[in-house]
Design a binder for this molecule. Structure first.
Ligand code: AR6
Length: 171
């Protein structure tokens, strides 16, 4: 099995132990991938999210997946991008690190990520992809028991950017 897989997909359709949600700090839903995940999971997801007391930027919290094929949702809150000099790279890296740590703590083996912060939050996709892959690869090396991390790109352009970032990484 390819331990790092880059695909073009709607993340809500994936059959994995957990999909990661690019949420906001209220954890009470929103647009983009967050809206799509809540729609597909059903209202029970929002009910569980209400019990979590929100989530700080860079942190991650886990819920059940309800009507999704995925067994769990790991909610993380990416930084809003301004110019890259206000802690955005560190906060985005923390999203990936903390989401993967939550997955490992819960005994999960397969997780799929969207490109956190690259929609409404405005993070340049090339930079975001580089940070995502660096954190994912570092985690996979440290956790040989972890089976697979999928990067679910919403369209072809996003997939190509992530594939390029992976190629540049291997040089
Ligand atoms: N599957 C995979 N990727 C998707 C999907 C999907 N179904 N839908 C969108 N994307 P965004 P953010 C991509 O805006 O920038 C919400 O309102 C999308 O093309 O969902 O972290 C939250 O509540 C983009 O590349 O998240 C927050 O308020 C990426 O997912 C805010 O948006 C992330 O885009 C978070 O903004």
């Amino acid at each position: 099995m390819e331990r790092l897989k880059i695909i073009e997909a709607d993340i809500t359709t994936l059959d994995v132990d957990a999909i990661v949600n690019a949420a906001n700090s209220s954890l009470l839903g929103g647009g983009g991938v967050d809206g799509a995940i809540h729609r597909a999971a059903g209202k029970e997801l929002l009910a569980e999210c209400r019990t979590l007391g929100g989530c700080k930027t860079g942190e991650a919290k886990i819920t059940k997946g309800y009507r999704l094929k995925a067994r769990h949702v790991i909610h993380t809150v990416g930084p809003v991008y301004s110019d890259g000099r206000h802690g955005e790279p560190e906060l985005l890296a923390a999203c990936y690190r903390n989401s993967l740590a939550v997955a490992a703590e819960n005994g999960l083996k397969t997780v799929a990520f969207p490109l956190v912060s690259t929609g409404v939050y405005g993070y340049p996709m090339e930079d975001a992809a580089r940070i995502a892959l660096r954190e994912i690869v570092t985690f996979l090396i440290k956790h040989p028991e972890f089976e697979q991390v999928i990067v679910a790109c919403f369209n072809r352009r996003a997939r190509e950017i992530v594939e390029d970032a992976k190629l540049n990484m291997e040089i």
